[in-house]
Ligand binder design. Structure first.
Ligand SMILES: [Zn+2]
Length: 356
């Protein structure tokens, strides 16, 4: 779940970023935040001249994750981050327009964001849906009574902010804002994606009553994914958060090992298709669109502050208790996710106000 580096179109604005923070927050990227989703909304709220007046989000599904379920879970992820960023008013939410399309183009600047669940059979002449992704592999060897297995690393998704251009007469005042490339999220074509419904059906920790009520609520909201309201999305997310829901683990690697162990073969080298819960990866990658960095391993220019469940490593605070970490596959935004998003949202707004 790597991120795109934010594109820097105007060199003068790409200087070094502040290294320290005294406030209590977590692991956002540095102040190069003018292409994040909160910034795209700020330009509209602050009355900048822009070449867009809505934040249109193109949503493309794959065989395993598509339609109303994908649309609902995409909206759910945006609503959660928007609320966390401190900009979660109804008016901000109303600026979003989600559109399910068979194909979304990452370079289509009529959209502020594209969310693509890649399919191997949905490429085009100038676009390879598998770019940046690899098939999962497993290698095992038996020696006497012992067995050794390893897997290649798998990239589940990519996500990053938009590329924004601005014009100015003096650098301190930006005249107009143009969207040069939408923020994007891409999920791997080499993964079998599991909707939240499938995940809930397989969850071990839920009581039967809780499972039943969550499934009922989920199915009802998916059925009206086109018109679901902001408060319904936030209420549903609160339910996931209250249950501290973690995605069901993928058993396919384990199963391959077990089958190999029982077999007469001495070596195994093969590709396989892992299963993953789409909502976790959507939350993580959309977090990158909001300017969030990896909470457990921030890049050098990331700003980090005191985090709820974190520890200080050198000059940076790190935590694995976040959707933005390579830790547990959270199906909600943790306190650390929210602290970081709020801090960055506030700083971005303050920064952009100085450019108006
Ligand atoms: Zn990532």
């Amino acid at each position: 779940m790597k991120k795109y580096l934010p594109l820097c179109l105007v060199l003068a604005a790409c200087g070094p970023s502040p290294q320290n923070s005294e406030t209590k927050w977590a692991h956002s990227s540095a102040e190069r935040s003018w292409g994040t989703i909160p910034a795209l909304l700020d330009y509209l709220d602050l009355g900048f001249k822009t070449n867009y007046d809505k934040l249109r989000v193109c949503v493309q599904g794959s065989e395993s994750f598509q339609g109303s379920a994908l649309l609902f879970e995409t909206k759910l992820s945006y609503a959660a981050w928007l609320k966390a960023s401190g900009q979660g008013t109804e008016a901000s939410w109303d600026r979003f327009e989600f559109e399910s399309q068979d194909i979304c183009e990452p370079g289509d600047t009529s959209f502020g964001s594209v969310v693509i669940v890649e399919s191997e059979n949905k490429g085009s002449a100038d676009r390879d849906p598998g770019e940046g992704f690899a098939k999962a592999t497993v290698s095992c060897q038996k020696s006497g009574f012992s067995m050794r297995c390893s897997s290649g690393s798998t990239t589940y998704g990519w996500g990053g902010p938009a590329a924004i251009g601005y014009s100015y007469r003096t650098p301190s005042r930006w005249e107009s804002i143009s969207n040069r490339s939408p923020a994007s999220v891409r999920l791997s074509p080499y993964v079998r994606w599991r909707s939240l419904e499938s995940d809930l059906l397989e969850q071990k920790g839920l009581t039967e009553g809780d499972r039943k009520s969550k499934l009922e609520l989920y199915r009802g909201l998916v059925a009206k994914a086109e018109t679901v309201s902001y408060s319904e999305l936030l209420d549903f997310m609160k339910g996931l958060s209250d249950s501290k829901l973690i995605a069901v683990a993928d058993g396919s690697f384990q199963k391959l090992m077990q089958d190999f162990q029982k077999s007469g073969a001495t070596t195994l080298n093969q590709e396989y298709t892992p299963t993953a819960t789409g909502l976790h990866v959507l939350l993580h990658e959309i977090g990158h669109q909001f300017g969030m960095d990896h909470a457990d391993n921030p890049s050098r220019d990331a700003e980090t502050g005191i985090v709820v469940d974190g520890e200080q490593r050198g000059s940076q605070w790190v935590t694995s208790e976040a959707s933005m970490a390579y830790g547990k596959p959270f199906l909600y935004l943790t306190a650390d996710d929210q602290d970081g998003a709020l801090d960055l949202g506030q700083k971005t707004l303050a920064f952009l106000k100085t450019k108006r």
